[in-house]
Design a protein around this ligand. Structure first.
Ligand SMILES: O=C(O)[C@H](O)[C@@H](O)[C@H](O)[C@H](O)CO
Length: 493
């Protein structure tokens, strides 16, 4: 009987459940989309029951397939997007939808929280810069704006806790997802007391902290009952694991709707002065400093929606324009802050700028300038990370951008580093499956996993283009810096 592992990646717009053989080779994958609810400004929510039903549907389909093929399922291991929050009442019923990382309502919280954050070194303890994406701001928003819900809150949980609760009747949160909440002290691995008392919530309102290897038996549904469920971790940390970017100078990057660059470290890495990077956890002993941009492929989707609605071959056109338009898009610059900024400046007021437009520019230059702008922002993260960890000459890339070879070459040139893409496309689900194999005692730790990672693409930077991009990048940064005060002023004109 063939033994198989299952990794399930609960993302922001879909769940992907993947079957692996015991050498972590993908056998099959089932995905199910769900809809992001965004009827009001700053809202980006998911319906928790819709997500749960989608997860169950993919799991049952996969288990049925395994049963039909006479495969022995060792475990199901989970991953989820970070920074999500659902408030549940004393009967374990959701009082809210699931606020995702993209929900920005909490940028409008009032009062002295920012000063508290600064004066109490919250960043140094939690590894999370002051920002509305994290749970402290989200919780405060409810306290200030929906007091009735805040008062009825029995627990503040993430989407993964919600699903695991439904499957096991246990509220547990792993250190990885907990570290992305902004409520965990990453040094002593405990909920941060000072922060909790400022917010006016108790430890009992948060789940029990468990390690990512914690295993339960599934209690419900005929097909899933009795299968080992491994709690697993957050998508960013598991992407690095799935990419096997294990060394301190190996950065793994994701570039999809948003983007991130991260690296494993055996100690906390923080930038106390500028707070340019975050530091999350994979497990109790592995730290994950990194940075994330809000504006990746979302910028290209915005251009499509507004200017290329009927272009079925939009992404092909993008590739063509990257090739046709010269480096630097004929001096056109696009600061891509369509949804504010996360790393490295965490500026919620940052706005998009198209600079240098003249009569000879066309949509081709506009698109290439957007691609260059997104890529420059990724470079700002690489640099912030290098300033606090090690220099990196090789970046392992995953996410939607890996569909475009011209974009990847442009990234290699802007990073002035080798870009590698592996054959396996589902790094996060793969990382979750690796955690499951450790949890079940098949491997001692993630270093000892034997894995033949095949490379699909290896791109070296082109020297001439890298040199040119170096100059252009400096100008891009200047454009950003010189407009800082105008971003703020624009709020009150
Ligand atoms: O490491 C990462 O990829 C980022 O830090 C996260 O903030 C993700 O964007 C989030 O989990 C949504 O996928």
């Amino acid at each position: 009987m063939k033994t198989v592992y299952i990794g399930s990646d609960i993302g922001t717009s879909s769940v992907k459940t993947v079957i692996y053989d015991k050498n972590f080779k993908q056998i099959d994958k089932i995905s199910q989309k769900y809809s992001l609810i965004s009827n009001q400004k700053n809202q980006a929510e998911l319906d928790p029951d819709e997500v749960y039903n989608s997860v169950i549907k993919t799991l049952e389909t996969v288990i049925q397939k395994c049963n039909n093929s006479n495969f022995k399922v060792e475990f199901i291991s989970f991953s989820s997007a970070l920074h999500s929050m659902i408030i549940v009442d004393e009967n374990n019923q959701p009082l809210t939808n699931c606020l995702t990382w993209a929900d920005t309502r909490a940028k409008d919280i009032s009062g002295d929280f920012k000063a508290f954050y600064k004066n109490n070194s919250v960043y140094s303890r939690t590894g999370c810069p002051y920002h509305s994406i994290y749970l402290p701001a989200k919780i405060l928003w409810f306290k200030q704006n929906k007091t009735d819900i805040f008062n009825q809150a029995e627990k503040f949980i993430s989407i993964k806790e919600f699903i695991i609760y439904k499957l096991t009747k246990k509220y547990s949160i792993d250190y990885s997802v907990a570290s992305g909440s902004g409520l965990l002290n990453i040094n002593n691995k405990k909920w941060d007391n000072k922060l909790l008392s400022f917010l006016g919530i108790g430890k009992s309102q948060l789940s029990r902290l468990v390690d990512i290897y914690k295993t339960y038996k599934i209690k419900n549904t005929e097909l899933l009952k009795g299968i080992s469920l491994v709690v697993g971790g957050g998508d960013g940390p598991l992407a690095n694991l799935g990419e096997r970017a294990l060394a301190e100078n190996q950065f793994a990057a994701t570039l999809g709707t948003s983007g991130a660059i991260r690296v494993f470290s055996d100690k906390p890495v923080i930038d106390a002065e500028n707070q340019s990077i975050w530091c999350y956890l994979l497990d109790e002993n592995t730290y994950l400093p990194g940075g994330a941009i809000n504006n990746g492929g979302i910028v290209l989707e915005w251009i499509k929606k507004n200017f290329f609605e009927s272009a079925d071959d939009y992404y092909k056109l993008i590739d063509q324009y990257i090739d046709e338009v010269p480096t630097g898009s004929k001096d056109l610059f696009f600061l891509p802050f369509l949804t504010g900024e996360r790393s490295p400046n965490w500026n919620p007021d940052a706005r998009g700028i198209i600079f240098g437009l003249d009569y000879n520019h066309s949509k081709k230059e506009l698109i290439k300038a957007a691609i260059e702008g997104i890529s420059y922002r990724m470079r700002t993260i690489k640099e912030a990370l290098e300033a606090d960890s090690s220099t990196c000459n090789e970046i392992i890339l995953n996410g939607g951008a890996t569909q475009s070879k011209p974009w990847m070459q442009l990234l290699a040139d802007i990073f002035n580093a080798r870009v590698i893409v592996h054959e396996n496309e589902e790094a996060v689900a793969l990382g979750a499956a690796m955690i499951g194999a450790i949890a079940l005692g098949i491997y001692d730790d993630y270093n000892s996993i034997e894995f033949n990672h095949k490379k699909r693409i290896v791109l070296e930077p082109d020297k001439k283009s890298a040199k040119k991009y170096n100059q252009l990048y400096k100008f891009h940064k200047k454009l950003y810096d010189n407009n800082q005060h105008l971003f703020v002023e624009a709020n009150s004109v």
